[in-house]
Design a protein around this ligand. Structure first.
Ligand code: HEM
Length: 394
């Protein structure tokens, strides 16, 4: 039996895949891309690095577009940027940013509270401030980055390649504007994450030096890594904040658990809410050889989309996809992926999300708004607009 035809483009990812997954765990778009909807199948594809390559783009993407030893070498030198000691040192900085933003939002707000869009007013602004502080970028970049997030979002919704390329170029220009002055300053460059990244030596031979075992990063590689650390993830953090706050309006008892629980308890709740409504929808692969998956023959060179949002709600693994079971479901949670390409930024994302929610809840209750929310459409998920009412706690 051939795979059902299903094109997720332009659809609300969660509803569309809930319906489609009931028919089969693997579907195919009209132009032949395989869409992996099942949990077991998503795990199988993401963990089989030999049969499925991540080299899906014609642009350099470090490390996400790399395979094999080259990918491992880059992960080895970039993963430590998200190590526990670094995250511990960053926590007070991120907490300060969240507290300040929350107090800006609650400034002069009366007992009835104020309605905000959790994605734009809290998520996006917080993401930009937290990421720029982490990377050591000037705060003056904030308006440019916020505008870029809007342009990037519109470009990816339009699915016009020229528009997407233009937005990508704008972003690269912004990154070059922080890299170039550091290059010029050399040893006098500010000691921050960006400068440290520029000094990294990757364990790969330098083609210019015979017998060498490591080399410095090329500018294009630095730009690509920084693009990965910011470009996609600012949007993801903003969307995650929308998902989390909307969920809290519907389950106030969770707010109490987040307020009083430990960091570990709070991160388990955050992960589980994101599993239920995963806004980081999908990643691509290309088959390097013929592979059988869910009874279908995937041919060499064929495109494959791993649909995390769908896999995270697969009834065969999560008997009640909408049920909250933070600890029980954690081992099967695929919000941050699986396999060699598993998200290296997870500790930072978790830190930012837990801290943002905790700081907000320490001074406000989050209640439902009268304005209805608007769901996102693929390629992203969650809420495009997530209106919530913040009521100051006296
Ligand atoms: C906001 C929540 C986030 C979610 C839900 C998320 C999710 C994911 C997922 C599912 C992957 C796997 C991609 C694949 O298998 O092809 C991934 C990869 C990646 N993520 Fe995240 N991510 C988040 C935040 C971040 C942050 C904050 C950073 C860095 C600052 C980051 C950096 C990366 C990088 C560099 C990769 C590529 C890894 C590789 O290919 O080896 N992510 N992310």
């Amino acid at each position: 039996m051939s795979a059902p035809i299903f094109d997720p483009a332009g659809l609300e990812p969660r509803t569309a895949t809930d319906e489609q997954r009931a028919e089969a765990p693997l579907a195919r778009t009209p132009d032949g891309t395989w869409v992996v909807l099942g949990h077991q199948e998503a795990k199988a594809v993401a963990s089989d690095h030999g049969s499925f390559s991540s080299a899906v783009s014609r642009f350099l993407q470090v490390p996400n577009g790399l395979d094999g030893a080259e990918h491992t070498a880059f992960r080895e030198v970039t993963d430590p940027f998200f190590g526990p000691e670094r995250m511990e040192a960053l926590e007070p900085v991120v907490r300060g940013i969240a507290a300040e933003l929350v107090s800006e939002l609650l400034d002069d707000v009366g007992a009835a509270g104020t309605e905000i869009d959790a994605v734009a007013a809290l998520g996006a602004v917080f993401a930009v401030r937290a990421q720029t502080a982490w990377l050591g970028w000037p705060a003056a970049l904030e308006p440019e980055l916020l505008q870029w997030m809007i342009d990037n979002h519109e470009a990816s919704r339009s699915r016009e390649l020229a528009r997407t390329a233009e937005v990508a170029e704008q972003f690269d220009a912004m990154i070059r504007s922080v890299v170039a002055p550091r290059r010029a300053l050399g040893a006098d460059a500010p000691e921050d994450v960006t400068t440290e990244l520029m000094r990294v030596r990757v364990p790969l031979p330098d083609p210019e030096i015979p017998g060498s075992r490591e080399r410095v990063l090329e500018d294009e590689e630095i730009v690509s890594i920084l693009r990965n650390w910011t470009g996609g993830d600012l949007g993801s953090i903003a969307l995650c904040v929308g998902v989390l706050l909307t969920a809290l309006t519907r389950a106030p008892e969770l707010a109490e658990r987040l307020r009083s629980g430990s960091f570990a308890e709070a991160s388990a709740i955050v992960d589980e809410l994101l599993r239920i409504d995963d806004p980081f929808v999908s990643n691509r692969r290309v088959a390097t050889c013929p592979v059988t998956l869910a009874g279908q023959e995937i041919g060499e060179g064929e495109q494959v989309l791993i649909h995390w949002t769908s896999a995270n709600r697969d009834e065969r693994v999560f008997a009640e996809p909408d049920g909250m079971d933070p600890h029980g479901n954690a081992p099967q949670n695929l919000v941050y992926g699986i396999g060699k390409h598993i998200c290296p930024g997870r500790p930072l994302a978790t830190l930012e999300l837990v801290v943002a929610v905790q700081e907000l809840l320490s001074v406000a209750d989050v209640r439902p708004a009268e304005t209805p929310g608007e769901r996102e459409i693929a390629p992203v998920g969650g809420w495009a607009h997530a209106p919530v009412v913040l009521v100051p706690r006296r």
